[in-house]
Design a protein around this ligand. Structure first.
Ligand code: NAD
Length: 428
């Protein structure tokens, strides 16, 4: 079933084309300066590396890795690293571009980048993954750096992988510069310079935006139901944080299959199960359902927290929810978007909804630069302030331009970028 889904994904338009369509729509509506439009329509740098790694059995395997830097007019390039067999240059271009919009919308001093390695990480041992990560970092060389381009976790990467990247990067620097540069990555383990609250930050941002939407719509989250695609970092944290608010998870799909329980699936228990078994399939307190059954499950909220291009012309017709909170990047394609709008389903767009991760990454970067350690209350409080401010700005812009929230979020981001280019001008 997963293979069938992946095949249909390949037949779709690339997500880079989706980003360009979303960008054109927003640029037209706001009347973006045509010269600045030309700049933002391109990526700054595209790095592709091929590198050899010795496997546990002594064989050498070649890998292909990418880092795309879209724009850094607002600050150093920033964005995650993804390990997935479907990663290609177009995906990474799209994800890097979304990072530029996301950082601009949140008003944090970063540009946009993304990277990844084309591989199925589940096929490799931990030692092999360490060697692949270290060799990729070495191949990227000075294309990343704490004041230049700062990676973070994304799909199938985690704090351990960030620690290996940091260690490799620092090991290749002069001895007196090593300890000053641990902010070369964010999303590190706490003991290695990570920030409290970074692990849950993206899921927390998703929940904060859902709470804000609920307030605005007089919607009671206590007793509400939701379904979720993807139960990794973003999904499982969103679930764990929705639980104390009284909302019930009734269906989940991940790369291993889909499960359903109308009485509710406990996000804490499911998290523990996934940590042990690598996926949701086999979880005993829910029944197995098929892909279409998952998408047709009636609920109040749907949280896509897996991959892009999931809400399409087909699946948008199946969805029977009031609201979609985009935890994933680019989960909805333009056709899916139109259908959601025609069905009156409200969408909290990805560049707002999942921005909690990069916002707390910014806090980690600041703490490292200042040799500070903030307590969790401080991190949570600052995240709340920034994401709600962005939420209100999008809301105001949607009303001002009488447009959907995705376009409004783009307009907020693009207006900031446009202003900076106009002030700074173009060299020489
Ligand atoms: P993760 O690797 O922790 O989890 C990914 C989840 O997606 C897993 O549950 C996996 O089983 C599921 N999945 C993979 N292929 C699938 C398929 N074909 N069908 C259904 N489910 C599938 O990754 P994550 O960090 O939670 O990222 C999830 C999404 O959130 C991605 O779009 C990512 O770019 C986005 N995002 C992540 C962060 C972050 O801080 N980690 C920040 C912003 C956005």
């Amino acid at each position: 079933m997963v293979e069938e889904r992946n095949d249909s994904k390949k037949a779709q338009r690339s997500i880079y084309e989706n980003v360009k369509m979303q960008f054109s729509k927003a640029a037209d509506i706001m009347g973006l300066d045509l010269n600045i439009c030309k700049i933002l329509a391109c990526t700054d740098n595209e790095i592709q590396v091929h590198f050899p790694v010795k496997m546990d059995d002594g064989r050498i395997e070649m890998f292909c890795g990418y880092r795309v830097q879209h724009n850094n007019v607002l600050g150093p390039y920033k964005g995650g690293l993804r390990y997935h067999p479907d990663v290609d240059i177009d995906d990474v271009r799209a994800l890097a571009t979304w990072m530029t919009w996301k950082c601009s919308l949140a008003n944090i001093p970063f540009g946009g980048a993304k990277g990844g390695i084309k591989l199925d990480p589940f096929r490799y041992s931990l030692t092999e993954l360490e060697h692949i990560t270290r060799r990729f970092t070495f191949a990227l060389g000075m294309n990343i750096g704490p004041e230049y381009d700062i990676p973070a976790p994304d799909v199938n990467t985690n704090p351990q992988i960030m620690a290996w990247i940091m260690d490799t990067y620092l090991s290749t620097m002069p001895a007196d510069e090593r300890n000053r540069n641990i902010h070369v990555v964010t999303g590190k383990p706490i003991a290695s310079g990570g920030s409290l609250g970074r692990d849950k930050a993206t899921g927390q941002g998703v929940v904060l935006t859902i709470q804000e939407w609920a307030k605005d719509h007089d919607f009671e989250l206590k007793g509400a139901t939701y379904t979720m695609q993807g139960f990794g970092n973003v999904g499982s944290w969103a679930g764990r944080l929705l639980k104390p608010l009284g909302s019930t998870l009734i269906a989940v799909e991940d790369h291993t299959g889909a499960i359903y329980n109308k009485e509710g699936i406990d996000p804490d228990e499911l998290t523990a199960y996934v940590q042990e078994h690598g996926g949701i399939l086999g979880y005993s307190k829910a029944e197995v359902i098929d892909h279409e059954g998952f998408w047709r499950t009636k609920a109040d909220i749907f949280i896509p927290a897996a991959l892009e291009n999931q809400i399409t012309a087909e699946t948008a017709h199946w969805l029977d929810v009031k609201m979609v909170a985009e935890g994933a990047n680019g989960p909805t394609d333009p056709e899916g978007d139109e259908i959601l709008q025609s069905k009156g389903i409200f969408v909290i767009p990805d560049i707002l909804c999942n921005s909690g991760g990069v916002i707390v990454s910014y806090f980690e970067w600041l703490q490292n630069k200042r040799s500070e350690f903030w307590d969790l209350e401080e991190v949570d409080g600052k995240l709340h302030k920034i994401i709600i401010k962005a939420y209100r700005k999008v809301q105001g812009t949607a009303l001002e331009l009488n447009t959907d929230w995705r376009t409004a979020a783009y307009v907020v981001a693009l207006r900031r970028l446009e202003r900076v280019y106009q002030e700074r001008g173009i060299f020489p």
